[in-house]
Design a protein around this ligand. Structure first.
Ligand code: ARG
Length: 471
């Protein structure tokens, strides 16, 4: 049974029967796209200003449209605006409120425009600002990591490959690895913003408009780099949404990897770090528990964001040019991506400011597992032994250590010389953890001196980007 809608539509002229009430609710987007109202109004003010400049509207009409839109915005800001589902989306809600307020001039706002170029513009205006916020949030987290790296520039921990102890590294160096990952994320978002900052307005429904519009002027008013080159592309392109979500997915993949490390490191088996109580919760049954909920939840949230990327790619793959209603489905995944990204970055920046390091635990873990075996091989190479032979000699020494439950530094000089007469009593200096990390003293290496130099460069990069230095 049809339940006809009770309200008249802007397109009612062509129709003989009212919209079915369920179809009306099913096709409406106002419940979520109302979030774009500021950008919708900003775009409309620029459009009306351009129309008046080209003589398409009078200056009086423009003034009344601008004042009316501003008052609609104030009402929405104040929460007193009544959103209407029959009016379908944010665009028609705003336009209808405007017309109610100022009369006929309101009906002229849509001259030379379509909701197709309007929505494509609104989403770009909104996302552009969100990208700026997200890039700042990334920089805040980076700044927290640099501060932590500075505090722990000399702290020795085991470095892992295959999650097996590999070689000692400094904790500061490890934090700066995360910094680099985030630096690329920040760069990817800047690239995406640059490509996105092109204005669809003027494309109208798909082919352009018959009015003598000035697209360059509207673009300038809205801070776009230029108008989109092709009207069909302008209304149907959602590459920017996909590109943004792809950058977001990579960023979440990074946060998920950090989370995995923090979860391991804060377990009693590792005990390398302790997360502040404010970022953990207890168990309702096991009194001893302190669970790393925040990193776990961030790791979990990566799933939905990867999903949004797949969702948007699938949304677009079958669409012929130009606009199709399918595109209305771009908003919820974008909104959810932005919200969860910002939330994850914020909580991470705060959490990383309060991470406590257990230097003793890290050091003793690094002292186990023969982490300086490569240093011993390098020592033999310096004594003239080819690396492959040195590798085998050290392998045998490690074998003895494994059988006897002793680390390399705990073998006697005589025992070591049993594997190679080239070993002398200066060997013990290279078997220490401090000697091992200090020896990796080149750009990108783990030596504390290199970590300090890298911290200086990292701070300079953040300062170049206009990020306030927290440290
Ligand atoms: N709510 C629509 C969207 O989000 C606005 C554009 C509608 N255009 C149309 N031809 N029905 O895509």
């Amino acid at each position: 049974m049809h339940q006809p809608s009770s309200s008249a539509k802007p397109w009612a002229g062509r129709f003989n029967a009212p919209t079915d009430a369920f179809v009306e609710a099913f096709t409406a987007s106002v419940d979520f796209d109302r979030r774009l109202y500021r950008y919708d109004i900003q775009g409309s003010i620029a459009h009306a200003t351009m129309l008046a400049r080209r003589g398409i509207l009078s200056d009086t009409e423009r003034d009344s449209i601008v004042a009316g839109l501003e008052s609609v915005r104030e009402r929405i800001d104040a929460g007193t605006f009544e959103w209407s589902i029959p009016l379908e989306d944010v665009h028609m809600n705003v336009e209808s409120a405007l017309t109610e307020l100022i009369g006929d001039a309101g009906k002229k706002l849509h001259t030379g425009r379509s909701r197709n170029d309007q929505v494509a513009t609104d989403v770009r205006l909104w996302l552009r600002e969100e990208i700026d916020r997200i890039r700042t949030a990334i920089a805040r987290l980076q700044s927290a990591l640099v501060d932590l790296a500075e505090r722990e520039a000399e702290t020795i921990m085991p470095g892992f490959t295959h999650l097996q102890v590999a070689q000692p590294v400094t904790f500061g160096h490890h934090m700066l690895a995360w910094f680099e990952m985030l630096e690329r994320d920040r760069g990817r978002l800047a690239d995406c913003r640059r490509r996105m900052n092109v204005m669809p307005l003027g494309a109208a429904a798909l082919a352009g408009t018959t009015y003598p519009i000035d697209r360059a002027y509207t673009a300038e008013l809205l801070g776009f780099d230029r108008p989109a080159e092709n009207s069909l592309d302008a209304v149907s392109d959602r590459d920017f949404a996909i590109e943004f979500t792809a950058a977001a997915a990579i960023l979440m993949m990074h946060l998920s990897r950090f989370s995995e490390e923090l979860i391991l490191w804060s377990s009693s088996q590792f005990g390398f770090v302790e997360l502040s109580d404010s970022f953990c919760t207890g168990s309702s049954i096991m009194p001893q528990k302190k669970n790393p909920d925040v990193p776990e939840l961030v790791r979990g949230k990566s799933g939905r964001i990867f999903g949004h990327l797949m969702g948007l790619l699938t949304l677009m793959k079958g669409q012929p040019l130009a606009y199709n209603k399918d595109n209305q489905e771009d908003k919820e995944p974008l909104f959810d991506t932005v919200d969860n990204l910002k939330g994850s970055l914020k909580v991470y920046a705060e959490m990383m400011c309060e991470v406590a390091c257990n230097r003793e635990r890290m050091r003793s873990a690094a002292a186990q597992g023969f982490s300086t075996a490569t240093d011993l091989a390098d020592y033999l190479v310096r004594k003239g032994i080819p690396f492959r032979d040195a590798h085998e000699i050290v392998g045998k020494a490690v074998g003895l250590g494994v059988r006897e439950g002793r680390d390399l530094a705990e073998l006697t000089l005589d025992e070591l010389r049993g594997f190679s007469p080239a070993i002398e009593d200066d060997v013990f200096a290279v078997l220490t953890l401090e000697g091992s990390v200090a020896a990796r003293d080149h750009l990108g290496g783990t030596a504390p001196a290199q970590v300090r130099a890298a911290i200086g460069r990292a701070r300079a990069r953040l300062a170049d980007a206009g990020v306030p230095d927290a440290g």
